[in-house]
Design a binder for this molecule. Structure first.
Ligand code: AMP
Ligand code: MG
Length: 431
């Protein structure tokens, strides 16, 4: 038996995750990149923003002209997002040299705002040369060609300077970046319509137990449906893997062995059930016969205490594949996947390691537990944005799927606390 604390077990998993080889890369259309991991660099193809961008609807001005509001300025142009500056008098003709007695060009680059002038401007439009700030339309009143500015602005206000977000050629995303919606938007804005992304790793899922029947079958009086294969498949998918669900393995060594070997041919094997101390818990024994190396065979956590982590070759001489033996109780299976297996799926999918993301919330009502184990208890996070509260769901232990389905997070009760009072801040792992 190798029983580790939660922190030690997690560290062991992270170490293994740092050592695994990620799957190969393939070109993927940007539309299909969600949930994948980047296998190339993404660089800015131009400055971002490509021009000084107005961030408000209003008037582009010289801040120096409005230091003593109210100030009256002559409106000489209208600049909309996507268009060139147009003279306010004749909206359809681009400004030309000579009008208003200054150098006007057909291109916005040649238009220059002079002292005493303002240009009506829309959000997302280029702030013209000569102007250094935008006054929000709310602080102005317009009469014909004249605008009265009621509030001063600081130089640079409501303007993002050209290149302030990124310079042309700058690397914005690196291999290992998760292709989140924001990363996809960034790549799209740089003109990438396909990206080299890692293939989804194949993650074999093997549920074990004589009591299990397929969800399509009618369970007998002593049988239950195999739900773990389905929760795990959904979790694998969400973590960036491709679930491969194997047939249910009975608690019988020969068939179990054959299915485990089949599972070890994948990039990762997740077993559910058969790792406790029962007479028919055969998973560890079969894995040992296959030459497994065990990193731990238990963790001081609840739910999920009997969790097993190691690696074993599919056949003698083959490279070893990592496996997790997850306790069969549905909540334990689910929680252990989040705490441990997810990190390995992500690493195989090519993702750079990231920390587990805990948030802090105020406990709504007192929690009492026995010391010694780190507990990850199904809970509900609620409350206003500035006062997040969390409370345990009432549950019947780690087999209670109905309670877990009502939860949206796991409340972490540290191993040394017998009682956590209402109002205390506790750590929460979002689900
Ligand atoms: P075990 O870890 O094999 O001792 O199983 C612990 C509990 O989880 C038992 O009540 C099993 O019936 C239940 N269980 C095991 N595997 C599954 C599964 N695939 N789907 C739903 N429940 C399961
Ligand atoms: Mg079992």
């Amino acid at each position: 038996m190798i029983v580790l604390s939660f922190t030690e077990a997690r560290r062991r998993v992270e170490q293994a995750a740092a050592e695994v080889r990620a799957t190969a890369a393939e070109p993927v259309e940007l539309l299909l990149c969600g949930g994948r991991v980047l296998a190339q660099k993404v660089a800015a193809d131009r400055d971002f923003p490509p021009f000084p961008r107005a961030t408000r609807d209003g008037y582009a001005v010289r801040a120096a002209d409005v230091v003593a509001p109210p100030a009256r300025l002559k409106v000489v142009a209208e600049i909309r997002a996507g268009g060139p500056p147009l003279p306010t008098s004749a909206p359809s003709t681009p400004l030309r040299a000579g009008s208003s007695g200054q150098m006007w060009g057909t291109r916005e680059a040649e238009f220059k705002l002079r002292a005493g002038e303002a240009a009506e401007i829309m959000t997302g439009a280029p702030v013209p040369a000569g102007a250094d700030a935008v006054v929000m339309v709310e602080y102005t009143s317009r009469r014909g060609q004249v605008v009265e500015i009621q509030r001063g602005v600081a130089g640079g206000e409501n303007v993002v300077p050209r290149g302030a977000e990124a310079k042309a050629g700058e690397v914005l995303l690196r291999p290992g970046a998760r292709l989140t919606p924001a990363a996809i938007a960034l790549a799209g804005s740089c003109g990438y319509h396909a990206l080299m992304a890692h293939q989804r790793p194949q993650v074999a899922i093997l549920s074990t137990g004589d009591e299990l029947v397929d969800i399509a079958a009618q369970p007998g009086p002593n049988q239950i449906r195999n739900s773990n294969s389905y929760s795990l498949a959904a979790q694998v998918q969400a973590a960036g893997g491709n679930p491969v669900v194997l047939p249910i393995a009975p608690d019988e060594p020969a068939q179990l062995r054959r299915l485990i070997q089949e599972g070890l041919a994948a990039d990762l094997l997740l077993l559910s059930g058969g790792v406790s101390m029962g007479k028919y818990d055969l998973v560890e024994q079969v894995l040992a016969e296959l030459g497994a190396e065990f990193f731990f065979t238990g963790a001081e956590i609840q739910p999920g205490r009997p969790i097993v982590f190691g690696r074993a070759p599919a056949r003698p001489g083959a490279l070893p594949t990592h496996f997790f033996g997850l306790p069969g109780n549905p909540v334990s299976t689910m929680v252990c996947f989040e705490l441990f297996a997810r990190a390995l799926v992500e690493a195989l999918a090519g993702a750079a390691p990231g920390p587990m993301r805990f948030v802090q919330a105020r406990l709504k009502s007192e929690v009492r537990v026995k010391t010694g184990l780190t507990r990850f208890l199904p809970a509900i996070l609620s409350g206003e944005y500035e006062r997040t509260e969390v409370e345990l769901v009432r549950w019947q232990g780690s087999g209670d799927m109905a309670a877990t389905a009502r939860a949206n997070c796991l409340l972490v009760a540290p191993p040394d606390r017998e009682k956590i009072r209402a109002g205390e801040l506790v750590s929460v792992l979002l689900l």
